[in-house]
Design a binder for this molecule. Structure first.
Ligand SMILES: Cc1ncc(COP(=O)(O)O)c(C=O)c1O
Length: 361
């Protein structure tokens, strides 16, 4: 007899839950998980390989548990006068967020976000035994400072997620919203800036708000702008005391010596690694303009993807694109689909495929 999940003594609060499940299909044009589809530039890849080769010679030893060199490199990259004692990192920003929730959420506590937002927030929250609470956005998916503060003040969560810009909608968030939410709660406020590098260059980061706000934390990732999703490296900046809290919950030596070496080497080439960001932004804006010309309703995006409405049958359009070798994302918002900006060729393939489909058929 086959054993089913229900037959196991699983935690009650996890029964019936669905795991993260963006399809991974070997299609020629994969634009469904907001990756950077540009490969790591050759000269940087060579340097990373050299760094990994060196680290491999000492792989019999545990790595630097405090990943000191890498934290210093992140502080240098972020600027804003940050020092390494204000930096944390882990295997993807997903793990960074998990560390925060392990330390500040957990059983009997709550975490809060403005829906729709990044689908991992509720999963990570429930994984720690905490409860997930949802706030509301306007019809255009924005949220004002007044409304955000009001909703957070009412919900009184222990942890607030502010996704800036927001995934899956691409919606910008201005600093006044973050300040208002911080003032409306005694809890932790996480500003997830996974896509910050794709925002207009003159937009200030929430890093500028860190001084004097010991409950504020800004998380980032190398997965998007740095084209490093497969290496799994995320990081954050916060008060040194906040970093100490994360040391209580992480596994010892959670960042492998090979990861530390690869990420540090890549950060040494930040300019080259980030050279593709502007090209991706050009493709993103081209997607928005073309979608509009095709009669769809794209939303303003400060990220590397575009959410668009006006899709009569999202599941059907998704399938027709799939048949044409193009993978995008049906994120479950009625009449909407989301697509990541790719290279110029990939973007053209998506737009041509979409134009060949009658969305109403
Ligand atoms: C808003 C947001 N935060 C965090 C992540 C996780 O990134 P990673 O774990 O690859 O660093 C993603 C990935 O899509 C995201 O969209």
């Amino acid at each position: 007899m086959t054993v089913r999940l229900d037959d196991l003594p699983l935690r009650d609060d996890l029964r019936g839950r669905k795991p993260y499940g963006a399809p991974q299909a070997p299609l020629p044009v994969a634009l469904n998980v907001n990756e950077n589809t540009h490969p790591v530039p050759e000269e940087v890849a060579d340097d990373i390989l050299d760094a990994i080769a060196l680290a491999l010679r000492e792989v019999n030893r545990y790595p630097d548990r405090e990943f000191t060199g890498l934290r210093e490199a992140f502080a240098g990259y972020l600027g804003h006068g940050l020092t390494r004692d204000q930096i944390w990192a882990a295997n993807g920003s997903n793990e960074v967020l998990q560390h925060i929730l392990q330390a500040f959420a957990g059983p009997g506590r709550t975490a809060f976000g403005f829906s729709p937002t990044y689908s991992m927030y509720p999963l990570l929250t429930r994984g720690t035994g905490a409860e997930w609470r949802e706030g509301e956005r306007e019809a255009d998916f924005s949220v004002s400072a007044v409304s955000a503060a009001e909703q957070v003040g009412e919900a009184r969560p222990d942890v607030v997620f502010l996704c800036s810009p927001n995934n899956p909608t691409g919606t910008p968030m201005t600093l006044d919203v973050i300040e208002a939410v911080y003032d409306a709660t005694d809890g932790i406020v996480i500003v997830d800036e996974a896509y910050h590098e794709f925002a207009p260059h003159d937009v200030p980061s929430a890093l500028t708000l860190l001084p004097g706000r010991e409950r504020l934390v800004v998380s980032r990732t190398m997965s998007k702008a740095f084209a490093f999703a497969g290496a799994r490296v995320g990081y954050l900046a916060a008060d040194p005391a906040f970093i100490d809290a994360l040391r209580l919950v992480r596994l010892p030596y959670h960042l492998s010596a090979l990861t530390q070496a690869a990420a540090t080497a890549a950060l040494g080439h930040a300019d080259t690694m980030l050279a593709m960001v502007d090209d991706i932004v050009v493709q993103r804006d081209r997607i928005s303009a073309t979608l509009e010309a095709l009669g769809y309703e794209p939303y303003e995006s400060w990220s590397n993807f575009v959410l668009f409405g006006g899709v009569d049958e999202p599941a059907r359009v998704w399938e027709r694109l799939y048949e044409r070798g193009v993978l995008i994302r049906d994120i479950g918002i009625p009449h909407h689909l989301r697509v990541s900006a790719g290279t110029e060729e990939e973007t053209t393939a998506f737009l041509d495929a979409l134009a060949s489909i009658d969305s109403a058929s």
